[in-house]
Design a protein around this ligand. Structure first.
Ligand SMILES: NC(=O)c1ccc[n+]([C@@H]2O[C@H](COP(=O)([O-])OP(=O)(O)OC[C@H]3O[C@@H](n4cnc5c(N)ncnc54)[C@H](O)[C@@H]3O)[C@@H](O)[C@H]2O)c1
Length: 386
């Protein structure tokens, strides 16, 4: 099943996607806010990339960004449309670093213009938006990759290697999630917490990562049903935001969400995520299989890695054994690797490093949790074919 999903768009790879040898890859940045700084700083490490344009809805923001990062030669625009309509730019790719609610419109517009896309996580807000993105992707034949840099951490990759080795046997239950004791992301303003910009809260912001950690490891099986819950007890408290009690009024998303999801192949996924909670951790990630179990310690804040050595539990010749899997030291930069993989895929006419065919499943679960929480009962999850 997983192979099928991964290969779905192989047939539409075309030679004209390639950037010819010696030519710099021309990149535009859409949404010059906080995370865009990580994009520019890493693109600037690459000799074969040129940042030719920046766009932001806030007047003057793109210009200030270009000045800060010494790319005054880049052209500035007041929206993704203005930038993508300027054909003189001859863009090979864009990084979409806008808040969640404009991910879909920016990605679809770029693909329709024949431009490759690096789209920040979460893919979008709803499953319906995700399907529209995939339709545009299919029609364009271009690459769209979703920004899940934790996958490039060797400790994360170890989880998948352990699963793929078969040592766990048939997997039947997964508990995952995590979060922060106090960590609603407002230090840079309110775009994460307002319904009109963030769209979804902890669920989309960090929930998508912890789902990706386990679903990528087990080959992204399809979700069948979901019972979801979400709440906003902390986000709605004026005293949560010293100096900014008005943020409580603006808070329109979830600060905690949970879901009980039935996946195909008879696997249960028990998930919870928090931006704020009255406990240090809602628990480690555990993967239970018929031959072994894996414990992945949670981090304090879901920082994209594992919180300590993992433990593999097995019965060996009738004896219960625990094997510690040491943390693999990693001095690389996951963000740099994420952008490099996008640029390489453009240059080589390759496939998307983190394909929508996988992440649509992640999105369907986020969407299912929201919709089930809103209607108060279990829902079936159906992902339309694209
Ligand atoms: N991969 C990661 O590690 C990581 C970390 C943080 C944030 N993110 C993701 O990056 C995205 C942005 O987060 P942020 O913290 O930078 O937000 P931000 O609010 O600081 O920046 C978003 C910017 O996008 C601009 N914008 C919105 N729609 C636009 C449009 N149509 N055209 C041009 N500009 C537009 C806004 O004006 C704003 O300046 C979010 O989806 C978030 O989940 C990813």
């Amino acid at each position: 099943m997983a192979d099928n999903i991964l290969d779905r768009f192989d047939a539409i790879i075309e030679d004209d996607k390639k950037v010819s040898d010696g030519k710099k890859v021309r990149i535009g940045l859409i949404g010059t806010g906080w995370i865009c700084e990580a994009h520019i700083l890493n693109y600037q490490k690459f000799d074969d990339v040129e940042i030719v344009a920046c766009a932001d809805l806030v007047p003057g923001k793109a210009e200030a960004f270009c000045k800060k990062f010494g790319i005054e030669g880049a052209k500035c625009y007041l929206s993704h449309k203005e930038m993508l309509d300027d054909e003189s730019l001859q863009l090979d790719g864009v990084s979409i670093c806008t808040y969640n609610c404009t991910h879909a419109e920016c990605a679809i517009y770029a693909l329709n213009k024949g431009v490759n896309v690096m789209l920040e996580k979460p893919m979008c807000v709803t499953l319906e938006e995700g399907i529209e993105i995939m339709k545009a992707e299919k029609a364009s034949g271009k690459i769209i990759t979703i920004g899940f840099q934790p996958r490039l951490d060797p400790n994360m990759q170890m989880i998948k290697k352990i699963v793929d080795s078969g040592v766990l046997g048939k997997i039947y239950y997964i508990q995952t999630g995590g979060g922060r004791r106090r960590g609603i992301p407002t230090p840079y303003g309110t775009t994460f917490i307002e319904k009109e910009t963030g769209g979804i809260g902890a669920l989309g912001d960090i929930g998508c990562y912890s789902l990706d950690m386990v679903l990528n490891a087990i080959g992204y099986p399809k979700p069948l049903t979901v019972t979801g819950y979400k709440s906003d007890f902390f986000g709605k408290r004026p005293d949560y935001y010293p100096g900014h009690p008005e943020y409580a009024e603006k808070f329109g998303v979830d600060d905690f969400a949970a879901g009980f999801i039935r996946l195909e192949d008879d696997i249960i996924l028990d998930f919870r995520i928090a931006w704020a909670m009255n406990i240090n951790t809602p628990g480690d990630t555990i993967i239970l299989g018929t031959e072994g179990g894996l414990r992945i310690p949670s981090t304090d804040c879901w920082n994209g890695s594992v919180g300590g050595p993992m433990t593999l539990y097995r019965e060996l010749c009738g004896v219960q054994t625990d094997t510690e899997i040491p943390i693999i030291p990693f001095n690389g930069d996951r963000f740099e690797l994420k952008l490099r993989s996008f640029v390489d895929a453009i240059k080589e006419g390759g496939t998307a490093p983190v394909p929508t065919s996988q992440i649509i499943i992640n999105q369907a679960i986020l969407d299912g949790i929201c919709k089930s929480a809103e209607c108060g009962h279990e829902l079936e999850i159906t992902i339309p074919e694209v």
